[in-house]
Design a protein around this ligand. Sequence first.
Ligand code: CP
Length: 336
Amino acid sequence: METILPALRRLRGRHFLTDLDYSREELEDLLTLAVNLKTLWKKRPLTPFLPGHHLAMIFEAASTRTRVSFENGFAELGGNALYLRPGEIHLPGRESIADTARTLSQYNAAIEIRSKSNETVNELAANSSVPVINGMDHDRHPCQSMSDAFTILEYAGSLPGVTFAYVGDAAHPCNSLSTTLAKLGLNVRIGNAAGYEIAPELAKKAAALADENGGSFLLTNDPLEAIAGADFIYTDCWWWTGQEDEYSDRVAAFKAFQVNAELWSHTKPGAKFMHCLPAMRGEEVTDEIADSAASIIFTQAQNRMHFQKALMLALIGIDALPADPDLQAIGKALLA
Ligand code: CP
């Protein structure tokens, strides 16, 4: 725990909008803290390091995992989370993003936001005096990609040299996974359908990060090329709310990318299946794979909470130690 202290002090007060804002060392320190918090959680779920703190959670779009993992995780840290939906606050419409940020900063230790717009998230952060955490926006999902890095670390034991494959649509998790995992030294293989690839500048960035950090990066339209030799195979939905009109085109384009028994027969023995969820079973993945022994999708869901607890603890920081002797010892290590 002691080895991560200088970085944790540096992270206090920072926003978490994209993994690209964080160095490899900082991402690794957050993962170490998540590992420690999960180990502690198995013995005692309640670790009230942040009593009396409040977290504002703005959700412009639906969520199961992000909402519940942030809300329950913050409660386990001793704080109180507020779930704020459009129609219940003045955003959007009757109050500017900037004034919303300035106001929420008066009562909260941090603000988490899920928005359909990167600009909304960025503007909120630019005007907030407390850390803003991106709970997914138009094309970024850094809490997901870092939680998934944590899950891969749990199963693989270390990250450098692990081969990760993504097959399907280039949406939020795919985008963030490309850069997060490349920065952490993995071999990243992205299989996107033709016409649905990740943006060229993002692919270029991921390739450069892989090069700098000892990994590799491949972008291909061939799902079998993507999964060849991979230790972890990941997929996500083929279509999103607002893309209903594209449904037929998308299902046709991604048909060969379905993670089913036939595709799985081409994977490396012992490979694990990952999905950020929600899954559209029967589309991007079949039940036989989602429910197989290779599937680690619900561990991924649980690890959202552990990683986000680490993130909130690091960004908000600790002012006072709990009375409990075990927590005192861990807290002292964090604060030293
Ligand atoms: N993976 C994920 O972000 O799930 P939710 O949309 O349920 O939050």
